[in-house]
Ligand binder design. Structure first.
Ligand code: NDP
Length: 234
């Protein structure tokens, strides 16, 4: 059956791979984008998740065209790496505002329709770094760890309404975000990964799609690592 799916930040990178995976399976997929030309084949809604009115407007448009959102993938995220000594209030709060508060905002709005429908699937994109920590990424790691507590609280709150809330924690994925690293940094990362390579965005998308499938109906509050073995045990 074709479901109404929303992927935030579905215009590029991991989000785009996730959007494609759902569309290929026959779902009606909406994506958010902030600027430029969004990719074709989806209902693209302009939405910055740090702006409550834009989130509300995006949901109205999606509900009008695709119906209530049944599957939400909160994928939009940013980094602002800096050692603690040099990390400004803004570096910290901007990352938290997008990765954690922005996710709260889109999940809260989706929850309204899911409660009414008495079903729903929420998948949050965290990171291995949220579990292991990462020097120079205290803001990002804190935001990604926060998503785990957030998801697990909601899993308890919403389970009886047939709404599952899960987290996917990718390792290093070949996207614009990691292409910003220099060659030395990229080489060092690969040395630590048991599978000795970066993930392709499609490899993250496969787990997300599974968590939203009927086969995963009894999985909630889980953190699924898709990290090539990098975070084993965390
Ligand atoms: P990219 O930098 O390639 O893409 C980030 C996406 O998030 C873009 O679509 C961007 O939209 C969107 N976005 C950022 N801020 C906002 C905002 N305020 N409102 C709406 N959309 C926003 O990143 P990736 O594809 O690599 O990452 C996707 C997710 O996966 C992120 O949450 C990231 O933290 C996580 N992740 C990535 C890993 C990696 O190695 N790449 C590893 C682990 C987790 P726009 O095009 O408008 O900028």
């Amino acid at each position: 059956m074709s479901r109404s799916v929303l992927v935030t930040g579905g215009n590029r990178g991991i989000g785009l791979a996730i959007a494609r995976a759902f569309a290929d399976a026959g779902d009606k997929v909406a994506i958010t984008y902030r600027s430029g030309e969004p990719p074709a084949g989806f209902l693209a809604v302009k939405c910055d998740i740090t702006e409550p009115e834009e989130v509300e407007q995006a949901y109205k448009e999606i509900e009008e065209k695709h119906g209530t959102v049944e599957v939400l993938v909160a994928n939009a995220g940013v980094t602002r790496d800096q050692l603690l000594m040099r990390m400004t209030e803004e570096d910290f709060s901007d990352v938290l505002e997008t990765n954690l508060t922005g996710t709260f905002r889109v999940v809260k709005r989706a929850n309204r329709g899911m409660l009414r429908a008495r079903k729903g699937r929420v998948v949050l994109i965290s990171s291995v770094v949220g579990l292991m920590g990462s020097a120079g990424q205290a803001n990002y790691a804190a935001s990604k760890a926060g998503l785990v507590g957030f998801a697990r609280s909601l899993a308890r709150e919403l389970g009886s309404r047939n709404i599952t809330v899960n987290v996917v924690a990718p390792g290093f994925v070949d996207t614009d975000m990691t292409r910003a690293l220099n060659d030395d940094q990229r080489e060092n990362i690969v040395k630590q990964v048991p599978l000795a390579r970066y993930a392709q965005p499609e490899e993250i998308a496969a787990s997300v799609r599974f968590l939203a499938s009927d086969e995963a109906a009894y999985i909630t509050g889980a953190v699924i690592p898709v990290d090539g073995g990098l975070g084993m045990g965390h």
